[in-house]
Design a protein around this ligand. Structure first.
Ligand code: PCA
Length: 205
């Protein structure tokens, strides 16, 4: 049985929900012979990496798909690159402000996602989901976690593929944000479900 670890974040920045966790927590736990483990991650620099790397070391998943909210984006964004830099104007949920500091001191400048980014985008699009490759996961907690997990996997020589998906706001979050795109929870859940299917079908011989 293959295990896929799916993570979502707590709400942040004054929002009362985070579509990443709302969608991840609704994923089915067993899809055929794939076990989907769902994990809530704190939106903090200090806690996010440890929360996910602890689960990777315990579960030895074939893949980890980290999911976060990218308010303002219209499609499912499959992130290609994580960079070794935290630089945000807003504090995390612990009140920490990180301005222009590395995620890992003396770590490599960047890591590329080890999930098949282009194949995921093509698979989503052919199934009717709005999806695109993104070349920046921002410089806030999402990029921090993405970089930290790829660094952990690389430095411990682990056999887990890792990637990051940014999802749009939910419709209810944009009720007072005229002109801002959103995506229904059902579509986000179905898109994440499709990503699991794409990954696990390509992982099989
Ligand atoms: N999105 C933020 C952090 C948590 C989340 O869901 C980001 O894009 O960095």
């Amino acid at each position: 049985m293959l295990t896929v670890l799916m993570t979502g974040f707590e709400p942040f920045g004054g929002e009362v929900v985070n579509p990443s966790w709302e969608a991840v927590r609704r994923l089915r736990e067993d899809i055929g012979d794939v076990r989907v483990v769902r994990l809530l991650v704190p939106t903090t620099y200090a806690g996010s990496i440890e929360t996910v790397t602890e689960a990777i070391d315990r579960l030895h998943p074939a893949a980890v798909v980290m999911v976060g909210q990218a308010g303002g984006r219209a499609e499912l964004s499959i992130e290609r690159v994580a960079v070794n830099c935290d630089d945000a104007q807003a504090p995390d949920n612990a009140g920490e402000l990180h301005e222009d500091i590395p995620v890992v001191v003396q770590g490599p400048t960047a890591y590329l996602a080890t999930l098949p980014v282009k194949q995921i985008v093509a698979g989503l699009r052919s199934a009717g989901f709005p999806a695109a490759v993104s070349n920046t996961a921002g410089l806030f907690v999402c990029n921090h976690l993405f970089y930290g997990v790829l660094h952990h996997i690389a430095t411990h020589d682990l056999n887990t593929q890792a990637g990051f998906v940014h999802v749009p706001f939910l419709p209810g979050q944009v009720a007072d944000k005229a002109g801002t795109p959103s995506m229904s929870l059902e579509t986000i859940v179905a898109g994440l479900d499709r990503i699991v299917a794409i990954l696990t079908s390509s992982a099989r011989p």
